[in-house]
Design a protein around this ligand. Structure first.
Ligand SMILES: CC(C)(COP(=O)(O)OP(=O)(O)OC[C@H]1O[C@@H](n2cnc3c(N)ncnc32)[C@H](O)[C@@H]1OP(=O)(O)O)[C@@H](O)C(=O)NCCC(=O)NCCS
Length: 165
């Protein structure tokens, strides 16, 4: 199988494919997660969100939403999803690094996500200990992970995470 992977900023024309990918990866539960309650508060930032395209098929997506993480100005990463046909080829990892670097260039102080520590730990995301950052819904605090983009931001991760207008 020949394969030509490209990583592109998200465009409106990718919307339907991204919805499909997220539905396949997370099912209906994606709408009731604590992170979804923040995403309901406003749109993601298309300039910091990316897709992976194989030929002309969108095969993976990562979205970034502007948030106030307690007292820090940052972004929430997610959903991140890769089509089953394209898993384990480094696409998820690459999308995370592209999105985090874009957030850093945009002046973000921190990237926060709710996800599996074994996957995101090697990508620079650590649990917030003690768990001082709250989300608007039940979440396992061990899965609330942060990648600091500026020194000392950890001390600002106190309080509720909410959409940043
Ligand atoms: C998780 C996901 C985004 C990973 O994308 P990917 O492109 O397949 O991953 P990569 O190629 O970058 O990395 C693959 C490695 O991550 C590991 N991995 C995948 N999912 C993992 C998880 N949930 N926890 C720990 N490790 C995981 C793989 O076993 C593989 O390990 P190896 O390199 O030692 O073989 C993808 O499997 C997916 O879309 N899953 C469904 C949705 C989801 O769970 N999203 C993330 C929320 S935590």
């Amino acid at each position: 199988m020949t394969s030509e992977l490209r990583y592109l900023p998200e465009e409106v024309s990718h919307d339907a494919a991204i919805e499909d990918i997220n539905a396949e990866a997370f099912g209906p539960a994606r709408f009731v997660r604590a992170a979804a309650r923040i995403r309901e508060q406003g749109p993601h930032d298309m300039a910091l969100s990316f897709v992976c395209v194989d030929g002309d098929e969108v095969v993976a997506s990562v979205r970034m939403t502007p948030v106030l993480a307690g007292e820090a100005s940052g972004h929430m990463l997610g959903p991140l999803a890769v089509r089953p046909s394209h898993k384990n080829r480094g696409i998820g990892r690459h999308l995370v690094s592209v999105a985090v670097e874009a957030a850093r260039r945009a002046g973000s102080e921190v990237v926060v996500l709710v996800g599996d520590p074994p996957y995101y730990g090697p990508l620079g995301f650590l649990p917030i200990v003690p768990p001082t950052l709250q989300l608007p819904g039940p979440v396992d605090p061990r899965r609330v992970l942060a990648a600091a983009l500026v020194d000392g931001v950890e001390a600002k991760l106190v309080g509720m995470m909410r959409y940043q207008r």
